[in-house]
Each structure stands twice: as C-alpha cells, then as structure tokens.
Write a protein that binds this ligand. Structure first.
Ligand code: ASP
Length: 308
C-alpha cells in the first residue's frame, strides 16, 4: 500500500432476469468485466481523471458482445438498433449525452464529444448523427454492425410474447456503466445502452438522462440499469445523490432506499452502482442478478453475477 489518496471503481453490465448460461459464457462475461476494470484502473492508477476512467471502462464494455451496449445491443421493434449513452463529471457538473444514435460504434465517446465540443448536454437522433459527422475521432459503423444472433432471438421471443411495440419490461437488461473516484478526489459516472428489447423506435430510456440513469456530483457518482421508465419517473440516480446531500444518508443507505423502496414502489426493477468521495462503493439490485465488477478503496477486486 502507498500513501496515495484512494481510488475506487465499479462497473456493471446490466441487471435483470439472467437466463441460464453455459460455463464458457459465464467465464467470458467475468473476463469482459475484468477487462473493463483493467481499462478504468489503468487511468486511475496513473493519476488520471475519473471521467477518463469511466469512459475507458464503458468503451471496453461496449465492445464486448455480452452486454446491451455498442456491439451486442438489443433490437427495437422494427429490428434496428438505437443507442443511448451519457457521462458526467462530479466536481465540474459537466455532462454529455446522446440518445437514439444508430451509426456510432461507441456512443459513450460521442457523449464525451458533446460534453467537450458542444455547448449542449444531450443530442438526439439525426442531430446527434450530424454532430458525429463533425467529429473525426468518432468511429462510425452501419447499423447492422451491432447485430448479434442472440439479441435477434430475444427480439423474436419478446415479439411473440408481447406483440410488436410492447416493451419486454423486467427482462433482457444488459446496459453497461461505470463509476469512479480518482486520486484528486473527483467522481464521475458513465452509462451506455441499446435500451430495451422490442422498444418502440424513438424511445429514450433513463441511461442518457442526467439524474435518471447517470449522475455525478462532488459527493457521489451513480450509474443505473433496469426498467428505464421507472428510473426516469423517480430520477433515481439523483434521488440517491439528494438523500446523501440533503438527507444525511450514507451512500449505502441512500442506494438501498431507492433500489429497495422507491423503485419497486413504482413497479421498477434493476440496480445501481455508486461510489462516494471517500471511495465507498454500493452495488445493489432488486433483480435476480447484476453483472458487476469492482476495485474498492483498499484495492480489493472482484466480479460477480448473482448474489454474493
Ligand atoms: N435502463 C435501460 C433502459 O431502460 C435498460 C437496461 O438497464 O438494460 O434503456
């Protein structure tokens, strides 16, 4: 151990009903979570910014086929992909987000570009795509590049069960996110998603909405996953921050109150990862599982899928 100020990092790859999987798939998911931890930790350990760490971790998860973000994103009801992402830096309250993008390989990078190179926080649809055209560093792909056979099978199952246009609430989550504390004591959060399987085109979830699925201030950083409509209706990520800022709650108490109280009261299921300025972590979910990984302030590291 050194006397350096602590760093802390948590990542998630979504919460929900996690279907039975082969051991080889389970290993691949753990490995992908480890890779995301490595990517974020590399930034934090060299004294880099929490904002850069969460972006690096989320890019790693967007590139992994196992999660519902970037490659491997779910399908809309009309068989395409529309991606949402956001990130936020706590001490500056700078934030960037995109919604409904279709050709951006790493939506979290475009969210960062919105933060850094536009006067806006959230760009959506065609406008976001046109903004991406002005950013040479943003890699572009055909919409079909995001296709995976397993997500297509999920769409077909959801459509058979629910009828076209109805969302498969409570199932098929897999959004990704990261929260971090850096050596300067700064916090950041990032979230990226394909949304919900069989969503109506144009539907925007909680992930790119600052305060709903993503939030960071000087006290806490939060990234959420679950049935987005419920997270939006209770401003879940900001509710956790407000309970800490104004209610005197610890991070753990605040996250518990929202994940096990407010959200289920609205019929919402899912989970959150969060970190406070002391590097304390909260990784909580009210579903059968949540893909997650962490490096705590004492350097202890782990990944998990179901309840510990
Ligand atoms: N929260 C995301 C959404 O509603 C879905 C997820 O977490 O997987 O768009």
């Amino acid at each position: 151990m050194t006397d350096d100020p602590p760093i802390a990092l948590a990542v998630h790859g979504g919460a929900g009903v996690i279907e039975a999987m082969a051991p080889v798939q389970r290993q691949a998911i753990h490995a992908a979570l480890e890779q995301a931890l490595d990517a974020g930790a590399a930034v934090l350990e060299r004294g880099g910014a929490a904002l850069d760490a969460v972006q690096a971790a989320v890019v790693a998860l967007e590139e992994a086929p196992w999660f519902n973000a970037g490659y491997g994103a779910v399908y809309t009801a009309r068989g395409e992909h529309e991606l949402d992402a956001a990130l936020m830096e706590g001490h500056t309250r700078r934030a960037g987000a995109v919604a409904g993008v279709r050709t951006v390989r790493n939506p979290v990078r475009l969210a960062r570009a919105v933060m850094d190179h536009s006067p806006h926080v959230l760009l959506a649809g065609q406008g976001a795509e046109q903004f991406a055209d002005t950013q040479p560093a943003i890699a572009r792909v055909d919409n079909a590049w995001f296709d995976t056979p397993s997500r297509l099978a999920q769409l077909h199952r959801a459509q058979a069960e629910a009828g076209e246009g109805a969302s498969a609430a409570g199932r098929y989550f897999g959004t990704v996110g990261a929260v971090a504390l850096d050596r300067q004591g700064h916090l950041a959060a990032a979230t990226s998603t394909g949304g919900m399987t069989n969503k109506r085109w144009g539907r925007v979830g909680d992930s790119p909405l600052i305060g709903a699925g993503t939030w960071a201030d000087q006290r806490v950083a939060v990234s959420a996953t679950g049935w987005g409509e419920a997270f939006i209706r209770c401003a879940a990520a900001h509710d956790i921050a407000a309970r800490v800022a104004h209610g005197g709650a610890s991070l753990g108490e605040a996250a518990e109150a929202v994940v096990f109280g407010t959200l289920p009261a609205l019929g919402g299921d899912g989970g959150v990862i969060a970190v406070d300025a002391q590097g304390r972590l909260a990784l909580l979910f009210n579903t059968g599982g949540m893909y997650r990984g962490w490096i705590d302030r004492d350097g202890r590291r782990g990944t998990a899928i179901f309840d510990a």
